[in-house]
Ligand binder design. Structure first.
Ligand code: GDP
Ligand code: MN
Ligand code: MN
Length: 250
């Protein structure tokens, strides 16, 4: 097995709209072909201007109701509703789906690591963002790297948040073990490993959540894998979503 190296990109400044984060990263780390570069969605969104002033939101009736129900600022709730294409659960927190298929708590809208009164949205098309970043890195330092745009997400069944891949490029999100044989020759029928999420999880650990100031992490010497990109369940496959929606609409 290869010796995997993991490096946080140090000394990046606070990111603002218009910043070229690919260039800023290339200036601070000597990337190599085959590296996987994880970038926090937070800085991608700040660089692209996917941020808004909280005071620019006028809460609808629903936002006011959910604000009271969940003890949140109704303007923040309105921002979450705006970012969502489907509300799966309203309480004790909003769980919703976004246009690109991701299901997340409060639609991944953040109020941390940005100025007071500002909120950060997830990038609207993170798969495209990952491909754009791949191109930008290639332009800036001539290297072919894989990209993962990460966000810290809650999960079902277990306490604690972990990093998840919300957009990626340069490899498949899933490593498909189906059809492989185990140590005893049994054929694997089910196992699909969400490699992009596993790498995002470790990247998130290196980034930290507060004032670490490390929004990009490089993975070197990862083994290659093959599989597919259907990381997000289709509607008819997602049994948790079905159960939650049924429960909520009773
Ligand atoms: P998220 O997981 O994408 O929502 O992002 P977080 O707010 O958890 O931040 C992830 C990491 O990036 C943490 O180490 C933050 O301190 C860092 N970070 C966030 N914004 C900036 C920024 O503008 N500049 C730098 N250098 N680091 C940032
Ligand atoms: Mn976030
Ligand atoms: Mn985070």
């Amino acid at each position: 097995m290869e010796n995997i190296q993991v490096m946080g990109v140090q000394d990046l400044p606070l990111i603002h709209a218009g910043d070229n984060i690919a260039q800023m990263i290339c200036k601070r780390v000597l990337l190599q072909d085959g590296d996987i570069l994880c970038i926090a969605s937070t800085i991608y969104s700040k660089a692209k201007g996917y941020t808004k002033k909280l005071s620019s939101f006028t809460p609808s009736e629903r936002a006011v109701r959910l604000g009271k129900l969940n003890g949140e600022d109704p303007r923040f709730v309105q921002a979450v509703l705006d970012a969502s294409t489907d509300i799966i659960m309203e309480h004790p927190f909003i769980l919703s789906e976004m246009a690109f298929g991701h299901i997340g708590v409060r639609a991944g809208v953040d109020q941390s690591n940005i100025e007071d009164d500002m909120i950060i949205f997830l990038p609207p098309d993170p798969m495209k963002s990952a491909l754009d970043l791949q191109d930008e890195i290639k332009k800036n330092c001539g290297r072919d790297v894989g990209i993962i745009i990460t966000d810290t997400c809650g999960r079902s069944f277990r306490r604690g948040q972990t990093g998840h891949a919300i957009g990626w490029g340069g490899f498949t999100a899933i490593r498909d073990f189906r059809g492989d044989t185990d140590l005893f020759g049994h054929v694997l029928k089910i196992t699909e490993e969400a490699v992009a999420d596993e790498i995002a999880g470790f990247a998130n650990f290196v980034m930290g959540e507060s004032n670490n100031g490390v929004p990009a992490v490089v993975f070197r010497n990862c083994p290659k894998w093959t599989g597919h990109d259907n990381l997000y369940f289709r509607n008819d496959e997602d049994i948790t979503k079905k159960v939650l929606k049924k429960e909520w609409n009773q």
